[in-house]
Design a protein around this ligand. Sequence first.
Ligand SMILES: [Zn+2]
Length: 191
Amino acid sequence: MDDELPRALAERGALLDGHFRLSSGRHSDRFVQKFRILEDPAIVERLAATLADRAREFAPTVVVSAAVGGIVLGYETARQLGGGFKAIFVEKENGVPALRRGFALGPGDRAFVVEDVVTTGGSVREVLEVVRARGATVVGVGVIVRRQPSDFGVPTIALLDLPVVSYDPAECPQCANGEPITEPGSRFLAR
Ligand SMILES: [Zn+2]
């Protein structure tokens, strides 16, 4: 799967080559369009199968993710872990990450946290905080694409490492070549 994965993602338009302005304001020649992965049940099934297989050694009891993209991945990972596994997710409540909708989590629960694409790792850290605030244990983290090294303090599985290379606009070689820039903002993401 590891060798095939970049090709499978590229075929779905999930790995875009071009000239992009990232949310940080920096420029990059590559962008991961994660919903080209998450909209495709066939590849989500395969990716979640790998994450579920790797997660079993940590003996999790529940899968926790972050809304919105993580909901799809978390659901499928929990389904493949088998009977009794639930998939719950963290979302913002008045701007603060929280477990809503009556999701139950507490001491004795062992959470496997999944995320689609990790760059700074901020959304994963928010999930870890919410899980631990309930008294539950985080046993591991599983991600599809990791854009830069992240130490979450627990075993972390990344199916694909794709280090982000970005430039200050003043030093961007593509700007120097006069190449037009694409802004993959929320409208572009939502398409
Ligand atoms: Zn540029």
